[in-house]
Design a protein around this ligand. Structure first.
Ligand SMILES: CCCCCCCC/C=C\CCCCCCCC(=O)N[C@@H](CCSC)C(=O)O
Ligand SMILES: [Zn+2]
Ligand SMILES: [Zn+2]
Length: 511
């Protein structure tokens, strides 16, 4: 009741104040109604300890925290449903205000995914969507310095599977909203929070179902924010300081099975070629024949031009004059495996199976190749190229799954989602002077939402160094306590900025 009164009071205040504006930066303006009620992103010592515990080790008696719940996805049919259900109960327990606020609806979708609808006091504003996923990739304990589901804190870091991908986002979004609600903040712009439970194995039961549900409700989103890029530190040799990359594009993907069948027989008198030999030669040809370097198409060129002045001589001159030096840059980028992933469709041999006994020529040999498709290519174009490289009719090609790259989202002055992220990055990370559009080399749940918005942005608000990247899906994944707190602060600011920052669109009154 008290919350409802507050809501009405705030609504009245908003109507009285009207939409007074002042210029912030090119393309942005801020309404005074929001500026008046801004809540500073400062958290007490107790709140900081609490937010860390909820994320890692909730309390010493039950020894449960978000990282400790093993929400592992193995395949799109096999994931830890017990842990996913436990996670649902866990967030209900640790974010009581989010779950009890009258203007927030919570629904479970696809069994284990969660959709929160935050109504907002101004329904004329177009809603947005914050995305994250609950599931994690498997983490066998071998090679880890601490058990991967321990959530242990050591030397200022919280360790465990999901600390970077992507329970940090799940918990930071809910934590920021909880703290805003405790401070009686009432969002003006409606928004959704969607927490998928099967992102690591396709998103077909989580994100896709939520998207279908929102579409059936007639929802159109101003923008979507998901995981997928970072403040990059040290990925490009010689770049002087970290820069924030908002991924406005996402590569496509093909999982292609290659299969060779021959008549089985006794290994003492083999034919000249076996199923294994034929298949091995085919996959080797694929690995040895990289698909074309597409530098120049896609957002990478813009990123490099924006970064040009961050390099010392002569790289700064080279990047400022790509019209002249692009053949050199194009070759330079393919030398490193991460920048190589930005300039071409990559070819990764991920599975190889053949043979049943040491003295039997196997009748069948199978391999799976995972291609990540450059934004300027399509599934069909890649398959055509692959057929020509394999060039052997004995090798059958079976597409297991495939999707084209995602459309490139706008990053101009009128792109609300991009500008909001840029603005929030500058305020939370004042030391980061460059924000540039880029490409996500992995795949995210956001691809299931392209029917609802053309502004899809992938950005995690923390620094990522190449050594941190090895922890994502790898060993010893960890996040610093300070980075997690900053993540919460970022979402706390972003939600408020979505209420106050507007982009100026000529002849359009509201976004
Ligand atoms: C000039 C700029 C340099 C850019 C360097 C790029 C560094 C990128 C670093 C990390 C990218 C990580 C991407 C994280 C998101 C990936 C999420 C994920 O793992 N998804 C799964 C989904 C499987 S379901 C099809 C995946 O396999 O992609
Ligand atoms: Zn992820
Ligand atoms: Zn992942």
């Amino acid at each position: 009741m008290a919350r409802r009164c507050l809501y009405l009071l705030a609504l009245g205040g908003v109507l009285l104040l009207g939409i007074a504006t002042f210029s912030r930066s090119k393309g942005l303006r801020r309404s005074l109604r929001g500026a008046a009620s801004r809540i500073p992103s400062q958290f007490s010592e107790e709140e900081r300890v609490d937010m860390k515990r909820r994320f890692s080790i909730s309390d010493c008696l039950t020894l449960t925290g978000a990282i400790q719940i093993p929400t592992v996805s193995f395949t799109s049919e096999d994931y830890n449903t017990t842990a996913l259900a436990e996670f649902g109960e866990y967030i209900y327990k640790v974010f009581p205000t989010v779950f009890s606020t009258s203007f927030i609806q919570h629904e479970v979708v696809g069994g284990y995914s969660h959709l929160f609808t935050v109504q907002g006091s101004d329904p004329s504003l177009q809603p947005y969507l914050l995305l994250a996923h609950i599931d994690v990739v498997p983490a066998p304990a071998e090679g880890w310095k601490v058990p991967p589901f321990s959530g242990l804190e050591h030397d200022g870091f919280i360790w465990g599977r999901g600390t970077l991908d992507n329970k940090n986002s799940v918990m930071a979004i809910l934590q920021a909203l909880e703290l805003l609600l405790i401070r009686d903040y009432i969002p003006q712009r409606p928004f959704f929070i969607a927490l998928g439970h099967d992102e690591e194995v396709s998103g077909k039961n989580g994100a896709r179902k939520i998207s279908t549900l929102l579409q059936a409700r007639g929802v159109q989103l101003a923008f979507v924010v998901d995981e997928g890029s970072f403040i990059l530190d040290g990925f490009i040799p010689n770049v002087k300081k970290p820069f924030a990359q908002i991924a406005v594009a996402e590569k496509g993907s093909i999982n292609l099975m290659l299969q060779v069948n021959v008549t089985p027989g006794h290994s003492s008198a083999p034919q000249k070629e076996t199923s294994i030999g034929i298949l091995a030669a085919a996959v080797s040809r694929l690995e040895q024949t990289p698909l074309p370097n597409m530098f120049g198409d896609g957002p990478l060129k813009t990123t490099l031009e924006l970064l040009a002045n961050e390099f010392s001589f002569p790289t700064n001159i080279i990047l400022s004059n790509l019209w002249l030096f692009w053949p050199f840059v194009r070759r330079f980028l393919e030398r490193n495996h991460i920048t190589n992933a930005l300039v071409r469709t990559t070819t990764a041999l991920t599975m190889f199976n053949a043979g049943i006994k040491v003295n039997v020529i196997p009748s069948v040999a199978q391999a799976v190749v995972n291609f990540r498709i450059h934004p300027a290519q399509t599934v069909q174009e890649v398959l055509e190229l692959v057929k020509n490289i394999v060039a052997d009719d004995r090798v059958q090609l079976h597409v297991l799954s495939a999707f084209d790259p995602e459309p490139v989202s706008p990053s101009d002055n009128q792109a609300l989602g991009y500008q909001l992220l840029r603005h929030t990055i500058h305020s939370v990370f004042p030391e980061v002077s460059i924000v540039a559009p880029g490409t996500c080399i992995g795949n995210t749940d956001s691809r299931h939402y392209k029917n609802l918005s053309n502004g899809i942005y992938r950005f995690n608000p923390f620094y990522l160094r190449p050594q941190d990247f090895t922890g994502i899906h790898g060993l010893n994944e960890k996040i610093s306590v300070q980075a997690y707190e900053t993540h919460v602060k970022f979402i706390f600011e972003l939600i408020q900025n979505a209420d106050t920052v507007r982009v100026s669109v000529p002849h359009v009154h509201e976004l």
